[in-house]
Design a protein around this ligand. Structure first.
Ligand code: RIB
Ligand code: CA
Length: 312
């Protein structure tokens, strides 16, 4: 079966790390590169965490350093969830390789211009790198098959009542991406708060018995503490956001989605960073986004476990 060519843009981050495990462990993706965004932590830390997690799972692919901050705004990091290092428990890993010497924007341009076919972009952090690329290389936009992202929400937020972190961190970048005319799959909070991992699932990952399963369990033990203290509605579970963007590419039938017109609010005093999802098509505008709102959680956990099992 032909592998899906992808460029992954992420800000590890504990759920980003599980997303990378799924991407590489599934064996279904030709990962052309990983680019790093500033979001869960600073660019220095997300880059270091990316090199460490890829080294841990034996995935030696080109890594490109992304933008240091949002296009217009100051950097807001999400250390309340991901802690001081951004990826608790991997500090001991010595990266097996260094990042490329050119920037993420230039790396994405080089890969797309040299690729025979179209490539899917999978962002799971703020969209700064993707927007910067689209501004710098508009002629290469048509080389992108789809953007399958984690971000946004139909009727909810986690940084404000209406804004999800990845969009909130750089609303102008997100507005550029959703308006670019590229097919988007949006795995927002409506679906990721159903893509929940419980202690039994963490124990399942640890019982796999390999290095990756141990790391995944440690990551999730740390990551779950925020959700157990602050998202009591999830009844002890933690929303495992980022792997959804990869899981949809593996098996879209595992999700419920709706084709909607989506735009991003960048000005509102209370609403900046909101993904404005026209769920009932009241604007009568052509849909630009597949919006995910439900998932088969059991299948999701099995997919993750199968991927982790195939890693070192
Ligand atoms: O709101 C959830 C998103 O913010 C996830 O991508 C998580 O990693 C953080 O970046
Ligand atoms: Ca992320």
């Amino acid at each position: 079966m032909k592998k899906i060519p992808v460029i992954i843009d992420c800000d590890p981050g504990h759920d980003d790390a599980l997303m990378l495990m799924l991407a590489f462990g599934s064996g279904l993706f030709d990962v052309k590169a990983v680019t790093t965004s500033a979001g869960n932590q600073t660019q220095d830390k997300t880059l270091a965490n990316t090199l460490k997690i890829l080294s841990l799972i034996g995935a030696n692919v080109p890594v490109y350093r992304g933008c240091e901050k949002p296009i217009f705004r100051n950097l807001v990091i999400d250390d309340s969830v991901h802690g001081e290092s951004g990826l608790h428990g991997i500090e001991w890993v010595v990266p097996a390789f260094q990042p490329e010497t050119i920037s993420a924007v230039e790396g994405i341009a080089r890969i797309l211009s040299e690729s025979e076919g179209k490539i899917t972009i999978v962002p799971t952090g703020p969209l700064t790198n993707i927007a910067a690329f689209l501004l710098a290389f508009p002629n290469l936009k048509d080389r992108i098959e789809r953007i399958s992202l984690m971000g946004g929400g139909i009727f909810r937020g986690n940084m404000t009542p209406l804004a999800e972190f990845n969009i909130y961190a750089d609303p102008e970048a997100a507005a550029i991406v959703f308006a670019a005319g590229i097919p988007v799959t949006m795995c927002g909070l409506d679906v990721t708060h159903k893509a929940v991992v419980f202690q039994k699932d963490i124990d399942l990952f640890r019982a796999i018995g390999n290095k990756s399963g141990e790391a995944a369990a440690n990551f999730l033990e740390f990551y779950s503490r925020f959700y157990r203290e602050n998202r009591i509605e999830l009844e002890g579970g933690a929303a495992l956001h980022d792997p959804c963007a990869i899981a949809w590419l593996i098996n879209p039938d595992m999700f419920k989605t709706k084709s909607c017109y989506v735009a991003v609010e960048t000005k509102g005093e209370l609403t900046s960073g909101a993904t404005v999802v026209d769920f009932y098509n009241v604007l009568k505008k052509a849909p630009n986004t597949e919006v995910a709102y439900d998932i088969n959680r059991e299948e999701y956990i099995k997919m993750l476990a199968d991927a982790i099992r195939s890693l070192p």
